[in-house]
Design a protein around this ligand. Sequence first.
Ligand SMILES: Cc1cc2nc3c(=O)[nH]c(=O)nc-3n(C[C@H](O)[C@H](O)[C@H](O)COP(=O)(O)OP(=O)(O)OC[C@H]3O[C@@H](n4cnc5c(N)ncnc54)[C@H](O)[C@@H]3O)c2cc1C
Length: 304
Amino acid sequence: MNLFNKLIALTLPFVPKPIVGYFSRHYIAGDQLEDAVKLVRELNSQGMMATLDVLGEEVVEKEQSLKAVDLYKSTLQAIQQEKLDANISVKPTHMGLKIDKEFCFENIKGLVSEAAKINNFVRIDMEDATTTDDTIDIYLRLKKDYDNVGTVLQSYLRRTIDDINQLIPHKANLRYCKGIYNEKREIAYKDKTLINDNFNYGLEKLLNHDCYVGIATHDEKLVWYALKLIDQLNLKPDQYEFQMLLGVDHELRRVIVNSGHRLRVYVPFGTEWFGYSTRRLKENPAIAGHIIGGLLNRIFRLKQ
Ligand SMILES: Cc1cc2nc3c(=O)[nH]c(=O)nc-3n(C[C@H](O)[C@H](O)[C@H](O)COP(=O)(O)OP(=O)(O)OC[C@H]3O[C@@H](n4cnc5c(N)ncnc54)[C@H](O)[C@@H]3O)c2cc1C
């Protein structure tokens, strides 16, 4: 990371909201459901699937969760009406986990049940480590009655291989990613090579045990290792999928799809974009760096 980008990452918490909004347009479909529908239609026409995320997290009022549940229900209806190849992803804290776990459980259950009626699927995103136990617990409780639900594991957590061992007998449907929250070394690997090794080790276990995995990474080394496993295990394209975030590495996305693998793009939309955007920009301040660089360049040239 160069000095300019490092500076942007450090100062991000103090950057005014409109500026973060400007940079985050890459990562977000728009404010409205219609924006997301339009974008998913485009992705589908390029042979890619999508998962729709209504932006929002860490709500403090039940009303906020209920509003999100309604928007997710409208999203499921839109997916069906528009015949989109898409499902939904939900965050437990958006569904009220920090207010009341049972309230959160009922909200997610309501969505899983709605999705089941139209043969659709709900992915429960994984948030920071304070939510891991509850998220896995909610997933396992739902899985007893529904098979159209899955969750996420993060390879940076030291506990993840144990979680995989626990979830394998349930034939869990998992998205597997590195993890994006800032966790303590006590519980999370900090070394990038170790996080990658743990990703590969966990993925190998899951695929070897017939678990359906959403291989969620833009790291081409990990994509290569996944392709090696897929080849060795002779997996059919409907036994796994690749997943990438909206706005990240379109070239790799095309390479994967053109090689005959299924790929799902994570498409966030809605007005509550601030938390999601700052995480994405911290992850890759180069984006902000390029844009600021471009702006300065333009201003400079205009003034010449
Ligand atoms: C579909 C999907 C769903 C996810 N869901 C969760 C979740 O539920 N919980 C969770 O904790 N994390 C989630 N993540 C985030 C994930 O944990 C990682 O933080 C993120 O994917 C970056 O890791 P990477 O594997 O792409 O590798 P990295 O080594 O971080 O990145 C590989 C390459 O991709 C580029 N890149 C990565 N991120 C960006 C970006 N934002 N903008 C531009 N370029 C970028 C990098 O510059 C690098 O060249 C999800 C990721 C994906 C793809």
